[in-house]
Design a protein around this ligand. Structure first.
Ligand code: FE2
Length: 392
């Protein structure tokens, strides 16, 4: 019997090359005065942007434009809220990478909510968000965080007392997720590798999570197949539209899966490391994915506490392998070997390249959550994972 489940997703998902052309008309459902949140200025330099502005003009849509250059901080969100005129509050549209989409999501909420965003951040503030917000349209230009389908916006403060925490409410899932893989064609290789490993990690962790459902499992496995078949191609040739479309699909599904099933230890590490050090989120995921999954399988085999998780690791191997009729452990080992091959062949940087040393391990491990990981890893096991990605 299929166990009970629930699923929260955007009200509408629009997916496919050329979908950006429909944005102006879609926006008029909510009004004609949007706050338009853009990422780094690379999108603003494209013909897509000029065409979008022309289509806005044709329909009388007058956007108020803000640029997000870095990961959003509480100060940045509060300042934009203070600077946004009352006339630009029909809706928020975000076009960009994870930072721009997260900033747009937080702004859609904070333009309605009162006070600083810090008051509502998990683990930082003391208040619970009401869930009220402006209509929000999310348009990713990279394929990674899946933020176009999630109910949380990651807000960062980097430094000694730094943090990476979420503003979260199920109502914050975008009203419309518009995914046009053409927008990712010009994404540089390094960013493509990091983003791809982020969504791959999210799919795998959501699939293995103890909160997964029959439906999130189906979505996660289909996402894993899409990412696995196109990961190397998209890193080799960023202009390959079929590969970009696979990655955009995988990223979208990873957002749906993580919002409904949660994540695992790699994202626990990413939250801790990202607060202390300026390491791109996708690089942390990519660099730790093989080591963390290898340790989880080792733990599961030794303890025998979660046979279902080991079976799922075998399904992951089957989703990636063309070999038939192999044993469960063969598929598990194949999956880990492929993760190790990606780490190697995609030249994913080790952690020491970002100034992280052995002295930092304890504080990272103390802040790392095992939440939703299929095996409860000890502090010693978490330390071993980090050591595997610090060159001696
Ligand atoms: Fe992630």
């Amino acid at each position: 019997m299929i166990p009970a489940f629930g699923l929260n997703v955007p009200t509408q998902i629009l997916f496919g090359p050329g979908k950006l052309n429909d944005l102006a008309e879609i926006a008029t459902r909510f009004g004609r005065r949007p706050l338009l949140v853009l990422g780094s200025r690379s999108f603003a330099a494209t013909g897509h942007y000029r065409a979008l502005l022309a289509s806005f003009e044709n329909l009388g849509v007058l956007p108020q434009i803000v640029h997000i250059g870095t990961e959003p901080s509480p100060q940045m969100i509060d300042q934009i809220v203070a600077d946004t005129p009352a006339t630009a509050k029909d809706m928020v549209i975000a076009i960009g990478g994870g930072s721009a989409v997260d900033a747009g999501k937080a702004l859609a909420a904070m333009l309605v909510e009162r006070g600083s965003v810090s008051r509502f951040l998990e683990g930082v503030g003391t208040e619970t968000p009401s869930g009220r917000k402006l209509p929000f349209i999310a348009i990713p230009t990279t394929s990674g965080t899946g933020s176009e389908a999630t109910g949380n916006a990651v807000i960062s403060s980097v430094g000694a007392n730094g943090f990476k925490r979420s503003l979260r409410h199920e109502h914050y899932i975008p009203n419309i997720a518009l995914i046009d893989p053409v927008l990712a064609l010009s994404c540089p290789r390094e960013l493509t590798v990091a983003c791809s490993m982020d969504c791959f990690t999210q799919l795998v962790e959501g699939y293995l999570s103890d909160r997964a459902s029959r439906l999130t499992d189906t979505l996660a496995l289909d996402g894993v197949r899409a990412v696995y078949r196109s990961l190397e191609a998209v890193c080799r040739d960023g202009g390959n539209l079929a590969a970009r479309t696979d990655m955009a699909y995988g990223a979208l599904l990873s957002g749906v899966v993580l919002t409904n099933a949660g994540l695992g230890t790699v994202h626990g590490f990413a939250s801790a490391i990202g607060g202390f050090f300026a390491v791109p989120h996708g690089v942390i995921c990519g660099t730790l994915m093989a080591a963390a999954n290898s340790m989880t399988i080792k733990n599961l085999r030794q303890t025998g506490v979660n046979a279902q998780a080991l079976e799922k690791y075998a399904r992951l191997g089957q989703a990636c392998s063309r070999a038939a009729d192999k044993s469960e452990s063969w598929y598990q080992d194949f999956f880990i070997a492929e993760l190790e091959r990606f780490t190697d062949q995609l030249h994913i940087p080790a952690l020491d390249q970002f100034g992280i040393g052995r002295d930092d391990i304890d504080k990272i491990v103390r802040q790392t959550s095992n939440k939703n990981n299929p095996a409860l890893l000890s502090q010693g096991e978490l330390t071993e994972i980090l050591l595997a990605r610090l060159r001696p």
